[in-house]
Ligand binder design. Structure first.
Ligand code: G6P
Length: 607
């Protein structure tokens, strides 16, 4: 989603701005732009589409200066055109903004009545116009910005240039992250810490309600009322940024291949010395008190929560609610103080998940974050954090983060089972032993390229697909359907197979591919009966099951793929792999941009 990069430096910044933007591009964007102060004037270049378009524009018409701001936009208000791309500016001010100005309509009407002329359809332009309006009434730059921020409703991470102050960069935050990086030659600012790698030696995470002013050698921090504040930069421990595809065609494929190593890293992070249990950095006294869990997340992280619900209810005997973050805080659910609220987010910056965390904190719940990015806002604001250790995930459609979230949840399940005395030591030992061997089995599954390619040929020309599963596999079916729609653009729905007769069976005909996830568990027989109902209506069945399951259905399935036996609690991790790869190869054969699917963003920082 939208990304900000800015620099104030002793050396020209244009190249830094472009490099910064390319570090942010994995988040998903549809246009980009930069603004630099050159010879006392603000100069801007913007382009719709890929960053390469902006790069060519800047090469053809270079702009140079020691201070500049840059932005990748993911359209919310107005089409992804050049005119709507950031930075937005007037003669006096240039602004790059992440977040949403909720009262932009009334601001625009007010400013237009005063003679301001808007150039774009965006909400963000109202910030530039409002600051300019206050400047023209004689306010100083800092006051104009401060007063404008007090009038804005909504959220922002903001970087601002003023023509009057050609060596000062202003930054402000409310609800949308900004990190300031210090280097020997000046300061860099970004909405994503990764983009500061190789540039900054120390960082400061701007807090909500803070407003900063930066020059090459100085950083001054105030609150929105104008009171000075102290801040402490900390050493920057750079996350390892996977910059290349390591010979793979796409980041997504590379990240799928990394999964055995990710699983092992995550496991070993929490493995006890005797290798018999997983130990989590949450005090036993907290876990013992938990009477219920509320898991809150979006997208793939939400489906990880759905899988965890089945594990935790079964292994730890605790009731679990799983909520979509954008619904959670609005549905006024009665929350029990003994509940553990778990927020799952790869990025740790998803706006809805973060807002849900704030909501739960206000209600006095203990909050646990399961995140990949450990310095993220969600991680910083939770009471406890379980990092998933997946490493940087670049592909917009989440793969290795899902596996790492499941691995972390499985460990949490064991810890809760132990705390509630529901899980015996022997059962835990047996599972951990199997987990230690599991990476090898994952690798074997990943290597079966021809099988996934065959399924993708089956799906290539479809407009719809149905994913089915029962029990825990119904949660996995949802993630399978999400992966397929995200990158192949095939409409896919997921249903608990037992619910088939209550509606979706009406969709089944000889054109509809039905992907069934049926591992060997106590529901296998029932799943296969449901499958016969599909077969009786001519559906084109693709079955993932064990060897005997496939044999039993051989007569009526189009394709069947047998997965080797594993511990039942590891089945969701195992069956995830074919679902990811069938989505990948289907998207590939349809000629889609696998890593950056249309309309989607990696990190969704607006509500
Ligand atoms: C976006 C991404 C998904 C991701 C979801 C939640 O929609 O495209 O891959 O699952 O956000 O993101 P989070 O960072 O909170 O896990």
């Amino acid at each position: 989603m939208c990304g900000i990069f800015a620099a104030v430096n002793q050396n020209p910044v244009t190249q830094h701005l472009l490099t910064g933007l390319s570090c942010l591009s994995y988040r998903g964007y549809d246009s980009s732009g930069i603004a630099v102060i050159e010879n006392g004037l603000i100069r801007r270049q913007r382009a719709a589409g890929k960053l390469e378009n902006l790069r060519q524009l800047v090469e053809g018409n270079p702009i140079q200066g020691l201070i500049g701001i840059a932005h990748t936009r993911w359209a919310t208000h107005g089409l992804p055109t050049e005119k709507n791309a950031h930075p937005h500016m007037t003669e006096e001010v240039a602004v790059a903004h992440n977040g949403i100005v909720e009262n932009h309509h009334s601001l625009k009407l007010r400013l237009e009545a005063q003679g301001c002329e808007f150039q774009s359809e965006t909400d963000s332009e109202s910030i530039a116009q409002l600051i300019t309006f206050h400047l023209r009434r004689g306010m100083s730059c800092q006051d104009a910005l401060r007063v404008a921020l007090q009038e804005i409703e909504g959220s922002y991470g903001l970087v601002v240039l003023f023509r009057q102050q050609p060596d000062q960069l202003y930054v402000a935050r409310r609800g949308s992250p900004l990190v300031i990086g210090r280097s020997n030659d000046g300061y860099f600012v970004s909405s994503d810490e990764n983009a500061l790698s190789g540039l900054a030696t120390q960082v400061y995470h701007l807090q909500d309600g803070e407003l900063g002013r930066l020059s090459t050698s100085l950083f001054r921090l105030r609150d929105i009322q104008g009171n000075q504040k102290a801040c402490r930069f900390v050493d920057f421990h750079q996350m390892h940024v996977d910059s290349g595809k390591d010979g793979f065609d796409h980041f997504m494929l590379k990240e799928i291949h990394e999964q055995p190593a990710v699983f092992e890293r995550c496991l070993r992070q929490y493995l006890s010395e005797d290798q018999e249990r997983l130990e989590y950095p949450i005090p036993g006294s907290i876990l013992e008190k938990v009477s219920r869990l509320t898991i809150v997340a979006c997208g793939t992280s939400f489906y990880a929560g759905q899988v965890a619900k089945y594990w935790i209810e079964r292994v730890a005997g605790l009731p679990v609610d799983v909520d979509i973050a954008s619904e959670f805080r609005y549905r006024q659910a009665p929350l029990d103080q003994q509940s553990l609220a778990v927020f799952v987010s790869q990025s740790g910056e998803t706006a809805d998940t973060y807002a849900a965390l704030q909501h739960a904190r206000k209600r006095g719940l203990t909050c646990l974050a399961i995140v990949n990015v450990v310095n993220s806002t969600i991680a910083r604001e939770a009471d406890y954090v379980l990092p998933i250790h997946a490493g940087t995930e670049v592909g917009v459609a989440s793969t290795k983060a899902f596996i790492a979230q499941l691995t972390t949840f499985l460990g949490l399940t064991l810890a809760l089972g132990r705390a509630s005395a529901y899980l015996g030591a022997e059962a835990e030992r047996a599972l951990v032993a199997e987990m230690l061997n599991f990476p090898e089995q994952m690798s074997q599954l990943i290597s079966q390229k021809s099988m996934y390619s065959a399924i993708s040929r089956e799906l290539r020309h479809c407009s719809n697909a149905l994913f089915l599963g029962r029990g825990i596999s119904s949660a996995l079916a949802q993630e399978g359907a999400l992966k397929l729609k995200e990158i192949s653009y095939i409409h896919a729905e997921a249903y608990p197979a037992g619910e088939l007769k209550h509606g979706p069976l009406a969709l089944v005909d000889e054109h509809l591919p039905v992907i069934m996830i049926a591992p060997r568990d106590e529901l296998l027989g029932k799943s296969l009966s449901n499958l016969r109902e599909v077969a009786a209506r001519g559906g084109r069945i693709i079955l993932f099951s064990d060897k005997e399951g496939i044999e039993e259905c051989r007569d009526f399935i189009v394709q069947g793929h047998a997965l080797p036996p594993v511990h039942e609690l590891l089945q969701p991790l195992q069956y995830t792999i074919p679902l990811q790869l069938l989505a990948y190869y289907t998207a590939l054969i349809r000629g889609n941009d696998v890593d950056q699917p249309r309309n989607l963003a990696k990190s969704v920082t607006v509500e």
